[in-house]
Ligand binder design. Structure first.
Ligand code: NAD
Length: 247
């Protein structure tokens, strides 16, 4: 993502003034960091919280797209507020995915009335992705649990043979478990170099409704992150997300 972001930054007339990665992180000084208008963080769940705090401590706004760390959301956003920092977070910076987030919430509200339909969320990503399910799949699942009266929680499910299977949502045993527990099944598949496919499906005995988003490359995520960085210019401190940008 760092490389894709740098390409877009340059195309839009910006400069990547400082590039930080696992190899040089310990050598980068606070003074170097302070020289930047904004930091864009696409790193790993293990390091992102500390790196974001480092930016807040130095008065540098942060745009972050790193996934897999959200159990520490309250800790980091509290730290941001206490230090009067500026933080923009999105589990997915693609404009198309964020439109799907909105459609997903609306569809979940409508489908609440139709109990013949059983929902499931599926994501497919490249084999290098460390976390599962993706942050995007979690946002989609939460969009359903918060808006559909039949689903109170979601669960990452595995197929009978232990593999994560793209067909799980259609499995009969799974469907009966889902009905019993009111748990929304989420499946995560890792395949080749897939940049990201997400779908939400409602299946009844007679038909199926689905919304699907497929990213063709990483460029859409990189563009969204740069747009978010531009959006932060002149903003006072606080916590922002894609809904603020899309407005
Ligand atoms: N929100 C989105 O739209 C979106 C899109 C794509 C990827 N992602 C997420 O972004 C993250 C990065 O994805 P990627 O595909 O670029 O992964 P990657 O493995 O290619 O890159 C991770 C980078 O983090 C750096 N890093 C590791 N430790 C560090 C440290 N202590 N300090 C600074 N940098 C450090 C590594 O050197 C590497 O350059 C993942 O969490 C992924 O899920 C989010």
């Amino acid at each position: 993502m760092g490389k894709a972001i740098e390409k877009i930054l340059v195309e839009r007339g910006h400069t990547a003034a400082l590039k930080v990665d696992v190899d040089n992180r310990k050598d980068v000084t606070d003074k170097q960091l302070k020289g930047c208008d904004v930091a864009i963080d696409f790193s790993t769940a293990a390091v992102t919280v500390e790196n974001c705090k480092w930016c807040f401590d130095n008065g540098v706004p942060v745009v972050s797209g790193t996934t897999g760390w959200l159990t520490r959301w309250d800790e980091l956003t509290d730290y941001c507020r206490v230090t009067k920092g500026t933080f923009f977070y999105a589990s997915n910076f693609s404009i198309g995915v964020n439109i799907v987030f909105q459609l997903n919430q609306e569809l979940a509200k409508r489908m609440s009335k139709f109990t013949d339909y059983h929902a499931f969320v599926e994501e497919i990503h490249h084999v290098h992705k460390l976390d599962a399910p993706s942050g995007t799949a979690i946002t989609l699942a939460e969009g359903i649990t918060k808006n559909h009266s039949a689903y109170q929680s979601w669960e990452l499910v595995q197929s009978k043979d232990g593999d994560l299977s793209r067909l799980q949502g259609r499995d009969d045993d799974l469907r009966s478990k889902e009905l019993k527990d009111r748990v929304l099944p989420v499946t995560a598949v890792r395949e080749g170099e897939v940049p990201g496919i997400h779908s939400i499906t409602y299946k009844s005995p007679v038909d199926e409704i689905s919304i699907r988003h497929e990213a063709f490359s990483r460029e859409g995520f990189a563009l969204g992150a740069v747009l978010a960085a531009e959006f932060l210019k002149g903003k006072s401190n606080g916590v922002f997300g894609m809904e603020d940008l899309l407005k």
